[in-house]
Ligand binder design. Structure first.
Ligand code: SF4
Ligand code: SF4
Length: 388
């Protein structure tokens, strides 16, 4: 039963990691009912799309509070659970473990190295594209790359950085470079969770050193807590296997709640970071609600050409305002005429309208800027329509 528990925990651990990776990969592609990504920070508009809410980070205050909250949650998690991020969620350790474990299955030494490089290439490419899609819509990704050499440069540099890391560095990054690992040394205390020898089991160790041989950061798990441990649980699995063969008994390594192996929440540092996080969370929610976009315009990707430089495109307007407004459309560059010039939108109403764009001259990149003014005291909403 004990072994079954341990094996089950290992399976849940791996399943959770895969779920996190799959979620991270598909989140930029998921659209909410307002047509925006489920979660993405759009660099072109400086807006955060999060669960049907649009937060304009022109609101510096919200951005500042969000960064503060993130920092405090980071500290709180480390104080309580140590480097659990490294083993459970960090893409660096997740993919490094996969590269090592998958390539190790190949017996031929040269082929093993080739497989590791190929895996590093594929994982680096997936991670680079995934990371960039949190800043640029995946549905405009190719056109954004074509029109921005800066984005291409960022992508190439990022890819090369991750690729070299996966080929040459891997766990050396966790041990010697990662800034988070250095910070966590000062954040943890005597009650922080760690992976190591379960207190009271020391005498059962047969000194087979299986746990040391599998440790990616080359430490002795029996001597934990060690700042270099990344909570990957590889040593726990190895020790379980040793004892499973020996006497069908669970291994002697596992998660330990600090030196006393007792969960203790009544710690001043933990209480302070937890309380500050709660206060910051409330302030952030309040600032998001009070500064979230009062008027949202979603533009259909499907632009129809009527010939002679005339195009139509559907736009959907959603008002969160407590008053009816008339939205005025125009082209600020004077390369096209837009009609209708005004559309009425009532209180908290959603309206769909078809805009006709009559181009006045040749537009080389095919993109026409449209400006929508719903309130003369507010900045206009500016969006682009791709006529190609
Ligand atoms: S694998 Fe288990 S039994 Fe073997 S040395 Fe490590 S802790 Fe001891
Ligand atoms: S000590 Fe265990 S959990 Fe820590 S890094 Fe080594 S193998 Fe992973």
């Amino acid at each position: 039963m004990m072994i079954a528990n341990s094996v089950l925990r290992g399976k849940i651990y791996r399943l959770l990691q895969f779920i996190v990776v799959v979620c991270a990969l598909i989140i930029p592609f998921i659209k909410t009912s307002n047509g925006n990504s489920l979660f993405r920070f759009d660099v072109s508009t400086l807006q955060l799309y999060a669960f049907n809410t649009v937060v304009s980070f022109a609101s510096f205050f919200s951005a500042f509070i969000a960064i503060l909250l993130f920092t405090f949650l980071f500290v709180f998690t480390t104080q309580l659970l140590g480097r659990v991020w490294c083993g459970w969620l960090c893409p660096q350790s997740f993919f490094s473990i996969r590269i090592e474990s998958y390539s190790k299955k190949i017996k031929n030494k040269t082929m093993r190295k080739v497989a590791a490089v190929l895996l590093a290439f594929v994982f680096a490419l997936v991670l680079t594209l995934n990371w960039m899609m949190y800043f640029v819509s995946p549905y405009d990704f190719i056109s954004s790359l074509k029109s921005s050499s800066t984005m291409v440069t960022i992508g190439v540099v990022l890819f090369l950085f991750i690729f070299v890391d996966f080929v040459l560095v891997r766990f050396k990054w966790c041990k010697y470079v990662c800034p988070y690992s250095k910070f966590q040394v000062v954040m943890t205390d005597d009650d922080t969770l760690y992976v190591g020898m379960i207190p009271g089991k020391e005498k059962e160790c047969i000194d087979c050193k299986a746990c040391i041989r599998v440790c990616p950061t080359h430490i002795d798990p029996r001597k934990n807590p060690d700042a270099d441990c990344i909570y990957c649980e590889t040593c726990v699995t190895a020790c379980n296997q040793v004892f499973q063969k020996k006497d069908h008994h669970e291994g002697i390594l596992g998660y330990v709640w600090g030196k006393g192996n007792k969960f203790n929440f009544k710690r001043p540092n933990l209480i302070v970071t937890f309380s500050v996080s709660i206060v910051l969370f409330i302030i952030l929610i309040y600032s998001i609600i009070s500064t979230s976009e009062p008027f949202i315009i979603k533009v259909d990707d499907n632009v129809k050409s009527l010939g002679n430089g005339v195009y139509t495109v559907k736009v959907e307007m959603k008002s969160n305002l407590e008053k009816a407004v008339r939205v005025h459309f125009s082209n600020p560059d004077n390369v096209a005429e837009v009609s209708p010039a005004g559309v009425r939108v009532f209180i908290k109403e959603k309206v769909e309208s078809t805009l006709t764009i009559n181009t006045l001259k040749e537009i080389p990149n095919g993109k026409v800027k449209i400006q929508a003014v719903y309130d003369r005291k507010k900045d206009p909403i500016v969006f682009e329509v791709n006529l190609k």
